[in-house]
Design a protein around this ligand. Structure first.
Ligand code: BGC
Length: 732
C-alpha cells in the first residue's frame, strides 16, 4: 500500500492539468477531429451525453432499445453480429436528433468464422507479424458483418497456468507480450476494428490462479511486468482500454483513480476511452466498496471509467449525479469527448445507409485459411523428440492414431465463438493424415474414447491393440473442452478426463509414442513426459490446424514454435517463470538453499524452449564494445549454425541480467528475438542492438531508472541459454 501511495504522489507531481483538446502542435487531422467533437458536444443534451457512455445488457433485437437509440440514449451495442440486427440499430442512430453512429462490439479475438489458434499459440510462433495477420483476418471477417469494435487484444502477463485466461494472452513475459500486443492492435485496426486493450491491469496475477480474485502488486512490478504490453498497445493506437475486474492492493481497478486517471490517462497520455469490464461497475457492490449501483456508478465515473459495460448504472444514475452535484458536467463532457473522438477517428460519421445495406460483405476465405494454416504450423512446440521419432518417415509402415480428438472436427475453443455462423469445413487429424500418408503407409485409427474431450472410454482395448500392431503411436490428447478460458481455473493441470489412464496402458506396449497435446495453457506433463518419446504441443490449432498438424507430423513442415510460458513440473511450483529474482541462497542441492524437498525447483520445460527436426549450435557472442554509457548502445552478434541434416527455423533469443543493482534484478530478461530459417550446414550471424536506456527498471515511486552497472548478455534457443558474455554500463 505504501508503494501505491508513493506512486500516487509521483504521478500527481509529474501530471499536466487536463489537456486542452485542440492544441497548436497537433497534426491537422487531429485538429479536425477535435473541432468536430467540440461542435457536437456543444449541441448535446445531458441525456444524449449519457447515452454515449454505456451499452445495455439486455438481449436484442429489442424494440425499446431501438427506440432508445432513436432518442440518442444508447451509443453502442454488444454482441450484435448479424447484419439483419445491425441495420435497424444503425438506421435508428442515423435518424436520432444528432445522428451519432454506434459502436458495435464483440470479442472478435481469434475467430469469427474461420477459427485461428488462440493468442497464446500466436505468441508461440515468436513472429509478431503472424499475429498481425491473424488479427487482421479476424477483424476483416468481423467488419464484413458490421462490427466495428473488438474487445481485444488481451495483454495480461501471467505466470499462472491455473488461470484459464492465459489462452487469450501472450504468456509470461512483458517484452514478448509487448511485441504481440502491438502487432495485434495493428492487425485488428488494419482490418477495420477499433481495439480495446485489456484488462487494465494486473488481471493476469489472480491470487491462487482463481479467476476474478484480487492481487497485490508493488509499483516496480506493476510498471515493469504488467504495464509494458499496455504501453505497446497504446503506442500502436488502441482506441479504447478495458479496465479489469480485480482489486489491486485492495482497491478494485473499476474505482481506482490512481491507475485509471493518473497513470493511464495522464501519465501515459491515453486520449481514447476507458470501458469497464462486463457489469464490473455493479460488481463494486460485491467488492464491498459501494452500497448500491448508484454509489458504484459515481465511484467508477470519478475514477475515470468513461464507459459502463452493461451494468446499467450510468444509464440510471449519471444524469442524476450531475444534477445532485456529485459529478461535474465538465467530467461528463470529458468522457463523452473521448467516446466521440474514437467514433470520429474510426470514420463512423462518414458511413451511409448504403454501407449498411451492403452488409455482409464477402471475405475471401482462401486467404483467411492460408493465414490460419501458417499460424498453426509455426505455433506448434516440439518439447521432446527422443530417437527422432518425428517426423514420421515413409519407412514407417503403420501408424496407430489414438485419442479423443483424433477424428474430431471440433475447433471452436473461443468461448465467445464464431457467433451465428455455419461452421466452416475442416479436416480432422485422421482425415488430414490419411490424405497425406505415403503410399502403403497404414493408419490404424482407434479413438478409445466415446467423446471428443477424453472423458469416457468407448473401446480402450481396440486402441491398445492398434498400438501393438503399429510401428509408432500418435496419441492426440486434449484439455477438456469445457475447462479453458474465462472462469475456468484449475488446481490440477495433468491430462484431463481419463486420458492419462490410457497413456499408462499405451506406455506398456513399448511402442514409441508421439503425444500431441491440444491445450490453451501449460499443463503438468511430468508423468507423461517419462512415458512417451515425443511431445508436440499443438495448442488448439483451429480450422486449418489439423491439416497443419499432419504436415508437421509427416515432416513436410519442421516445428519452430517456442514456449511463451513455462511448463511446470507440478502445480505446487506455480507461479513459475524464467525471469524470477535471484535468492540469497541459490540452489546447490543441499538443505537451506532454495528448492523443494519433494520436487525439483526447475520447470519441466522452460520459457523459450522448443525443438526442431534439425539442431542448432551457437558460437561465442561478439560485442561491438565491452561497455557503453547509460545513453549509449552496443551491438551483440550472435552466430548460429544448423548442425543437423534438415532445413529448420530457430528463434534466436537474447537475454540480459543486471548483475549489481539498487534492487534485486531478474536472473534473466528477454531483450530481443528473431526467427530465422537455416539450411543444413548454413551459418548466419544476427546483430542485435542493446540500448542502455532499455535496460532500466522502475523504483518504488514509479520512476524509471537506468543504472551504471555490470551486466551479462546471454543468447540461445531458449531461456536456458547457450552462450553468454559480460559488458558494463557506465555513467559517462
Ligand atoms: C470479459 C471480457 C470481455 C467481456 C465482454 C467479460 O466477462 O472479462 O474480456 O470482453 O466479458 O464479452
Amino acid at each position: 500500500m505504501r508503494a501505491l501511495l508513493a506512486l500516487t504522489l509521483f504521478l500527481t507531481a509529474v501530471m499536466p492539468a487536463a489537456a486542452n483538446p485542440v492544441r497548436k502542435d497537433m497534426p491537422q487531422a487531429d485538429k479536425t477531429v477535435e473541432a468536430a467533437v467540440e461542435t457536437l458536444l456543444r449541441r448535446m443534451t445531458l441525456e444524449e451525453k449519457v447515452g454515449q457512455l454505456h451499452f445495455p445488457s439486455l438481449a436484442f433485437p429489442h424494440a425499446p432499445q431501438i427506440e432508445a437509440v432513436r432518442r440518442g440514449e444508447i451509443g453502442a451495442m454488444l454482441n450484435v453480429v448479424d447484419p439483419k440486427f445491425i441495420r435497424p440499430f444503425a438506421e435508428a442512430a442515423r435518424r436520432s436528433r444528432l445522428g451519432i453512429p454506434m459502436l458495435f462490439a464483440i470479442d472478435a479475438i481469434y475467430a469469427l468464422k474461420i477459427t485461428f489458434p488462440p493468442p497464446l499459440a500466436w505468441a508461440a510462433t515468436w513472429r509478431p507479424e503472424l499475429a498481425e495477420r491473424a488479427s487482421y483476418e479476424v477483424a476483416r471477417e468481423a467488419r464484413a458483418v458490421g462490427v466495428n469494435w473488438t474487445f481485444a487484444p488481451m495483454v495480461d502477463v501471467s505466470r499462472d497456468p491455473r488461470w484459464g485466461r492465459v489462452i487469450e494472452g501472450a504468456g509470461e513475459d512483458a517484452f514478448l507480450g509487448s511485441a504481440f500486443a502491438a502487432a495485434r492492435v495493428a492487425g485488428y485496426r488494419r482490418g477495420g476494428l477499433a481495439t480495446s486493450v485489456k484488462h487494465f491491469v494486473g488481471y493476469g496475477a489472480p491470487e491462487g490462479g482463481r479467476d476474478y480474485t484480487g492481487t497485490e502488486i508493488s509499483t516496480p512490478e506493476l510498471m515493469d511486468r504488467y504495464l509494458p504490453p499496455f504501453k505497446a498497445a497504446l503506442k500502436a493506437g488502441s482506441e479504447t482500454v478495458m479496465a479489469s475486474f480485480n482489486t489491486i492492493n485492495g482497491v478494485p481497478v473499476t474505482m481506482n483513480r490512481t491507475l485509471v486517471t493518473d497513470l493511464l490517462k495522464k501519465r501515459l497520455g491515453f486520449d481514447g476511452f476507458v470501458t469497464s469490464d462486463f457489469v464490473a461497475i455493479g460488481e463494486l457492490v460485491n467488492h464491498g466498496v459501494a452500497r448500491d449501483l448508484e454509489e458504484a456508478s459515481v465511484l467508477a465515473f470519478r475514477a475515470g471509467i468513461d464507459f459502463d459495460m452493461a451494468s446499467g448504472g450510468y444509464d440510471l444514475y449519471l444524469a442524476k449525479a450531475v444534477r445532485d452535484g456529485r459529478i461535474k458536467i465538465a467530467d461528463v463532457d470529458e468522457a463523452v469527448r473521448r467516446v466521440l473522438r474514437v467514433k470520429f477517428r474510426l470514420g463512423l460519421f462518414q458511413q451511409t445507409a448504403a454501407d449498411f445495406e451492403a452488409l455482409p460483405r464477402t471475405v475471401d476465405e482462401t486467404e483467411v485459411r492460408q493465414s490460419a494454416r501458417s499460424v498453426a504450423q509455426e505455433s506448434f512446440v516440439l518439447l521432446k523428440n527422443d530417437t527422432a521419432t518425428l517426423p514420421i518417415t515413409p519407412a514407417t509402415r503403420s501408424i496407430a492414431l489414438i485419442g479423443a480428438t483424433a477424428d474430431s472436427a471440433q475447433h471452436d475453443h473461443s468461448w465467445w465463438g464464431p457467433a451465428g455462423h455455419t461452421k466452416p469445413k475442416t479436416e480432422t487429424l485422421r482425415q488430414a493424415l490419411e490424405a497425406r500418408a505415403r503410399l502403403g503407409q497404414k493408419i490404424n485409427y482407434a479413438p478409445a474414447f466415446a467423446d471428443a474431450c477424453g472423458r469416457e472410454f468407448s473401446d480402450k482395448a481396440a486402441a491398445i491393440e492398434a498400438a501393438k500392431r503399429s510401428d509408432v503411436v500418435i496419441y492426440n490428447v486434449i484439455e477438456d473442452c469445457d475447462i479453458q478460458g474465462e472462469g475456468v481455473s484449475r488446481t490440477k493441470l495433468e491430462l484431463s478426463g481419463r486420458q492419462q489412464e490410457l497413456l499408462d496402458e499405451l506406455a506398456e506396449t513399448g511402442k514409441p509414442i508421439v503425444l500431441v497435446v491440444e491445450t490453451g495453457r501449460p499443463l503438468v506433463l511430468t508423468k507423461a513426459d517419462k512415458q512417451v518419446s515425443t511431445i508436440l504441443i499443438a495448442w488448439h490449432p483451429g480450422t486449418e490446424g489439423r491439416a497443419a498438424l499432419a504436415e508437421v507430423l509427416l515432416g513436410d513442415v519442421s516445428p519452430s514454435g517456442k514456449l511463451p510460458m513455462t511448463f511446470p513440473r507440478s502445480e505446487g511450483q506455480i507461479p513459475i517463470a524464467y525471469n524470477a529474482l535471484p535468492t540469497g541462497r541459490p540452489w546447490t542441492g543441499s538443505r537451506y538453499t532454495t528448492g523443494y524437498v519433494d520436487e525439483a525447483h526447475t520447470p519441466l520445460y522452460p520459457f523459450g524452449h522448443g525443438l526442431s527436426y534439425t539442431t542448432f549450435a551457437y558460437d561465442a557472442l561478439v560485442l561491438s564494445e565491452p561497455k557503453m554509457t547509460i545513453k549509449g548502445a552496443i551491438d551483440v552478434d550472435v552466430t548460429v549454425r544448423n548442425t543437423g541434416s534438415r532445413t529448420g527455423s530457430e528463434v534466436v533469443q537474447l537475454y540480459t541480467r543486471q548483475l549489481v543493482a539498487s534492487r534485486s534484478r531478474p536472473v534473466k530478461e528477454l531483450r530481443a528475438f528473431e526467427k530465422m530459417t537455416l539450411k543444413p550446414g548454413e551459418v548466419r550471424t544476427l546483430r542485435f542492438r542493446l540500448n542502455a536506456q532499455d535496460l532500466g527498471f522502475h523504483d518504488d515511486a514509479g520512476r524509471y531508472v537506468v543504472e551504471a552497472a555490470p551486466f551479462k548478455v546471454f543468447a540461445g534457443g531458449s531461456s536456458e541459454t547457450a552462450v553468454a558474455t559480460d559488458f558494463l554500463v557506465t555513467r559517462d
